[in-house]
Write a protein that binds this ligand. Structure first.
Ligand code: 5GP
Length: 204
């Protein structure tokens, strides 16, 4: 019954906090939630699919998109370029669909200033030791890369205060429940709704 614009649901976390799994799981429990597939110059990891996990592009292609102002935000993360297409976001918002973004803190800041009504959620592992263990268990990155990600995690974690919500990922199910609850609560926020009197059963 509501004719509301969609909402940007921005999720950031230091690498290894479980954000990718969390974002995937929440999409299976929250209905009508779109996902923003980012552009990146990073090479695909085993099992990642172009157009599903990321749009994998050459640096020249990415630079052209920057020059044409096609990104709502973009940043250098772990030495690679990542960006969010403005068109993807606008299409979802215009259609009244909420859209989930898995982006870093630099990107979240850019989106916050461009879309002040965006909801920002920060996810952390319970401890740094746990984060390190998760990165090692993932086996997708070389030891040097893991060390780089840990240094960056320590820098990134202080950004939590800039976010609207904090989720401590001790247990995946609990974290999914919390993220789903945040999204559902935001859907009920009166400031996001534009209702007619008749939508509330009030006859003129
Ligand atoms: P990974 O390469 O490990 O999948 O992601 C590395 C980091 O890049 C993660 O923190 C992820 O949230 C971030 N990231 C993914 N897509 C984007 C994007 O479009 N913009 C920004 N700013 N960060 C992104």
């Amino acid at each position: 019954m509501s004719r509301r614009r969609g909402t940007l649901i921005v999720v950031s976390a230091p690498s290894g906090a479980g954000k990718t799994t969390l974002c995937r799981e929440v999409r299976s429990v929250v209905p009508e939630l779109a996902y923003s597939v980012s552009y990146t110059t990073r090479a695909p990891r085993a099992g990642e699919m172009d157009g599903v996990d990321f749009r994998f592009v050459a640096e020249a292609v990415f630079s052209e998109m920057v020059a044409r102002s096609e990104f709502a935000e973009w940043a250098v993360v772990h030495g690679n370029l990542y960006g969010t297409s403005t068109r993807t976001l606008e299409q979802a918002l215009e259609a009244g669909r909420d859209i989930l973004l898995d982006i870093d803190t630099q990107g979240a800041r850019q989106l916050r200033s461009r879309y002040p009504e965006a909801v920002l959620i920060f996810v952390v592992a319970p401890t740094m030791a746990e984060l390190e263990q998760r990165l090692r268990e993932r086996r997708s990155d070389a030891p040097q890369e893991i060390a780089r990600r840990l240094v960056r995690a320590r820098e990134e974690v202080v950004a939590w205060r800039e976010y609207d919500y904090l989720i401590i990922n001790r247990d995946l199910k609990e974290a999914v429940d919390q993220l789903a609850a945040v999204i559902q609560a935001e859907r009920c926020r009166t400031s996001r709704l534009s209702l007619r009197r008749s939508d509330l059963g009030i006859s003129d």
